[in-house]
Design a protein around this ligand. Structure first.
Ligand SMILES: [Mg+2]
Length: 476
């Protein structure tokens, strides 16, 4: 029997940093928001922005004319709260692109400020925007920096003070639950349905893997959104609850992975009961901690996989503290890959021109050095001829730069006009890409990308490249 293996579009592939054999994974824990359940980002962030703006208006801030701009910020940027800047850095922490408020800084301004500064997200001066939920916050902060610079926010003491006020305003909206109440009233507008996620989880469950839902969202919201996103797409008589061995809500990740927080059982919608015993399959819990999960499953470390979208909330602590295997959902890479595919011909042209430039540069350096020796009386050749060649090569380089510049600029603006692709900073990997590489064993744009891979997939990391790798010879 010949089986046709389905083609997986590159945008929907699973990308591997560290080899992971799904067959050796006995249990998979899932985050919910932006992991199992995808939202329409612009609608959601516009809502969050609107609530925060309303709160600021109530406090007398002059923000009537501000409008959410979904293109102004992307995930993975870093806020410099001392200077009111937003930064994209490369994998080493070198600053590559800077906005002060909502305006870009040119190269010279940027160099003057950050010449001696390496960005490090552990430094209190920098705040890393690690989820989609950060977009409204970053946009609002940038616009308020403009207002503060113009002298329109007299009560604010500094950029750091401004950032903490924006953060508190956004956090209040989340804490008070108004956003989710609004989303729950209108799931059609905010939730993106993907029935393949249900198939993916069914396959994993049928392959013998224990599935867990571990979310920071509260029980009432979790139940409502999971019902909406899952129940209609499951076999007759089955609900989302049947997919999961254990459901843990209000988990307080990332503390969940390292703390010994007490476990409460949700008895009905409002009643919580403290639990002193171990977890019981089929139950919904409030809080608790990862050690209880490991004890319940009788599994540790590399037998568990945790899948989430929040770099620090889901993946970082899980990897550092527990050594669970980790998968990160990065929705934007679909757009980045599509933009790079559309740009592929121009990228080939750019690469070709860069190779030509390198050749001409080498010739230029060499001829210039020979000419220098001649001028110092260390050669017998014709000085005039050398000078002419130096000038010709310089002209060639200028011509090449002229052709390269628009292509290089277009390449750096792929996907987002202001910041370019999420995982790249110029030719290098971005700061975010470096964190993903270090802490996420695999990453993908959606959980349903695991569907075509099956629960038996063996993800192998590619052989890492090094600058000193010899050029590969093609097979004869
Ligand atoms: Mg999430």
């Amino acid at each position: 029997m010949t089986i046709e293996v389905p083609h997986i579009p590159w945008q929907r592939a699973v990308f591997c940093n560290r080899t992971l054999n799904l067959r050796s994974i006995k249990a998979i824990g899932y985050d919910m928001d932006y992991t199992l359940v995808q939202y329409h980002v612009v609608e959601w962030e516009e809502l969050a922005y609107g609530y925060a703006k309303k709160r600021l208006l109530e406090q007398g801030w002059p923000v009537e004319s501000l409008v959410f701009d979904p293109e102004l910020m992307i995930q993975g940027l870093i806020v410099d709260i001392e200077l009111g800047n937003l930064i994209k850095a490369n994998r080493f922490g070198y600053v590559k692109t800077v906005f002060h408020g909502s305006h870009p800084l040119d190269f010279d301004q940027q160099r003057k400020i950050y010449d001696r500064t390496l960005v490090d997200h552990r430094d209190g001066r920098f705040v890393f925007l690690s989820t989609m939920f950060s977009l409204s916050e970053a946009c609002l902060f940038a616009q308020l920096v403009d207002l503060w610079d113009a002298g329109n926010l007299p009560a604010v003491l500094s950029y750091a003070d401004l950032y903490s006020r924006v953060r508190a305003t956004i956090d209040d909206q989340h804490r008070e639950g108004r956003l989710k109440e609004e989303v729950a009233r209108n799931f059609e507008r905010y939730v993106e349905i993907d029935p393949t996620v249900c198939e993916t989880l069914l396959d994993q469950r049928d392959a013998g893997k224990k599935l867990l839902l571990i979310t920071n969202s509260d029980w009432l919201y979790t139940r409502a959104v999971m019902q909406y996103a899952f129940d209609s797409f499951l076999p007759q008589g089955m609900t989302w609850r049947d997919l999961f061995d254990v459901v843990i809500v209000s988990a307080r990740k990332p503390d969940f992975f390292s703390s010994r927080s007490p476990l409460l059982e949700i008895v009905d919608d409002t009643l919580l009961r403290e639990v002193s015993s171990d977890l019981i399959s089929g139950t919904v819990y409030f809080g608790g901690n990862a050690a209880l999960v490991e004890r319940h499953l009788g599994l540790t470390g590399a037998q568990l996989l945790y899948v989430g979208d929040h770099f620090f909330g889901d993946v970082h602590a899980t990897k550092i503290t527990l050594r669970w295997r980790t998968a990160l959902v990065v929705r934007e890479i679909e757009g980045d890959i599509k933009a790079e595919e559309d740009f592929a011909d121009k990228q080939c042209k750019l690469d070709e021109l860069m190779r030509e430039k390198e050749d001409v540069e080498r010739q230029y350096c060499h001829v210039r050095m020979l000419w220098q020796r001649l001028r110092k009386g260390r050669g017998g050749e014709d000085a005039k001829a050398f000078k002419q060649t130096v000038d010709e090569l310089r002209g060639k380089l200028e011509n090449l730069d002229h052709r390269i510049a628009p292509l290089a600029q277009a390449s750096s603006r792929l996907s987002n006009e202001n910041w370019g692709p999420l995982m790249r900073a110029g030719n290098d990997k971005s700061y975010l890409a470096n964190l993903v590489e270090r802490h996420a064993d695999i990453y993908m744009s959606r959980v349903s990308n695991l569907y075509l891979e099956t629960p038996f997939a063996y993800f192998r990391s590619a052989r890492g490249t090094l600058p000193h790798d010899a050029p590969r010879r093609s097979a004869v």
